[in-house]
Design a protein around this ligand. Structure first.
Ligand code: T5A
Length: 213
């Protein structure tokens, strides 16, 4: 059985971490037991240090420029892809990714308004043709996202952005999801049990369509 790379995407508080756990359980029930979990940014010692830099509210008085943020995200991503994801796939493991490249197109492209051509160029140069087999985009409104993250009690540097930033980010997610049939949209404003049901249904259908069982 060919191993696959499945990614979960969405705004803060969309339920990505919860969804990753549920998907791992669903795969297990379908006999796919060799599965690893990754998160972005992060997942290797260097990528985790980059994550800290990206999320830290302030490093002295120096502001992280939008381009530097994007480059750090791609630096973290390629460390993870080359050192963890590709070797795992080559060894027959499935990989469940909590965020991947689509996040940069949504947050840095949509939210920060960095030009699409530049992000696309970086992606091609750094990742080549490497991409997920399936992406599940958990769609919530920015208002719900901010409410769920505020309930958590602390906000990192990106979570401190305003509603318009997250509205642009969500709009870019939706635009890209509608353009690519490998990205499935799940309504994550529903009750957790309903979201889990939709996730299971989508994954099971996709496994069948991909002739995995
Ligand atoms: N980033 C990342 C970029 O800007 N560009 C990039 O290229 C990349 C890769 C990463 C940050 O970096 C940015 C985006 C982010 O700002 P992260 O660690 O991935 O951050 O973090 P978050 O998205 O902030 O992760 P969260 O843990 O906040 O969100 P999750 O994982 O989506 O949500 P989860 O499962 O932890 O749930 C959050 C809360 O919501 C509740 C849960 O119980 C929990 O309390 N919840 C629900 N409540 C009601 N109904 C539902 N259906 C619910 N689902 C979950």
């Amino acid at each position: 059985m060919n191993s696959k790379f499945i990614v979960i995407e969405g705004l803060e508080g969309a339920g990505k971490s919860t969804a990753c756990r549920k998907i791992i359980t669903t795969l297990y029930q379908h006999g796919i037991k060799n599965v690893i979990y990754t998160r972005e940014p992060g997942g290797t010692p260097i990528a985790e240090q980059l994550r800290t830099l990206i999320q830290q509210k302030r490093i002295s008085k120096e502001k992280i420029t939008d381009s530097a943020e994007l480059l750090m995200l791609y630096a973290a991503r390629i460390q993870l892809v080359e050192n963890v994801i590709k070797p795992a796939l080559a060894n027959g493991s499935w990989v469940i990714g909590d965020r991947h490249d689509l996040s940069s197109h949504a947050y840095q492209g949509g939210g920060r308004r960095i030009k699409h051509n530049f992000i696309h160029y970086l992606k091609k140069e750094i990742l080549g043709d490497f991409s997920p087999d399936l992406t599940l985009y958990l769609d919530i409104t920015p208002e719900i996202s901010l409410q769920r993250t505020r309930n958590r009690g602390f906000l990192d540097r990106i979570e401190l952005e305003n509603l318009s930033f997250f509205t642009r980010t969500r709009n870019r997610y939706l635009k890209l999801a509608l353009e690519d049939k490998r990205i499935k949209i799940i309504d994550a404003t529903q009750k957790p049990q309903k979201v889990t049901y939709e996730l299971n249904k989508t994954i099971t259908q996709w496994l069948k369509q991909s002739c995995i069982f």
